[in-house]
Write a protein that binds this ligand. Sequence first.
Ligand code: LLP
Length: 379
Amino acid sequence: MFPVNKFRTERTPFYYYDMGLLGATLDSIKKAVGDSDFHVHYAVKANANPVILSAVAKSGFGADCVSGGEITAALKSGIPSSKIVYAGVGKSDEEIGMALDARIGCFNVESLEELRLIEAIASDKGVIADVALRVNPNVDAHTHHYITTGLKENKFGIALEMLDEAVEFCRQSSSLRLRGLHFHIGSQITTMDPYVILCDRINKLIAEYDGRGVHFDIVNVGGGLGVDYDHPDRHPIPDFNAYFNTFRKYLNLSEGQQLHFELGRAVVAQCGSLITKVLYVKQGVNKQFAIVDAGMTDLIRPALYQAHHLIQNITSESDEECIYDVVGPVCESSDCFGVDERLPLTSRGDLLALRSAGAYGEAMASHYNLRPYPHTVID
Ligand code: LLP
């Protein structure tokens, strides 16, 4: 399945993107959305590679951005500004200004303080800012604590207790247009239960505001749909039907109310692999280490979240299997991709694939140890 011969002549490490799989994933999302008034904004933070962004743009999806840089990249890829939403707890004055100048679709506002700043800048410019208020729904997504975002004492979103004040502020302002409510409960969510709870919270909140004459034309439920890191070949495309059907079934939308989604990982994780070369097979006292030329600077998820990416030796032809710790060259003990990995007999020069690395891989690469950024091979 990998173009191994082509890989042999490439400098390592590199990210390999299977554009056929990305295309099939994008098609599968479109099919699962069908003719519902569902709008998918791809979360650019997952992977901002221009080739990936332009495939997303061609499929007609919008972009969920968290910085001025991401807005610029989304626009450059051909995503229309009206389909760009902008979240983030620390939007700078300059970023708010450029987003207003670009006429983006909506700001997902994370605090009263930010709301006041957007209103001031919009008023200065004589424009109206479309805003959605990001609400902290206090739903436990049962995922790694670093990527849980919907719990109460979290830096993200506006606490429910403060929502009334934010709504009122928008209603009083002639520079703000309150379009909707925004929610995001976390990432790598693999069961639908947290989403069912989220729907229930949203239904209650919207009904309460409806009763007071406040209507929202957009409900944005964020992203978070997970992927199968253990079996990327068995589940190359997430179950988008189950995901969208959960909202169809449990969310009470009124006539003309749009539902927005911000999927990142589910769109791009499985189409990407980090390909790395074995530099040494080092004999320890009780262990063997496969030391590879990719490190936490190329893929930080294992070091940062104790995440595991399936590791495959894609060039060994041996029938014999051995146990290795697969580690990188960076001067940190956390620079380890796998402990006690069972691999075919592995030697210097073999190529390993770290699978499901299309999301939050290349996008989180760093320059630490003055290592160069990984390059990409696109097929
Ligand atoms: N919308 C908002 C407001 C978000 O904060 C995020 C992700 C998304 C959408 C997209 O979530 P996704 O569909 O990709 O789960 N670096 C971590 C993941 C951080 C996610 C941050 N927010 C990782 O590698 O697991």
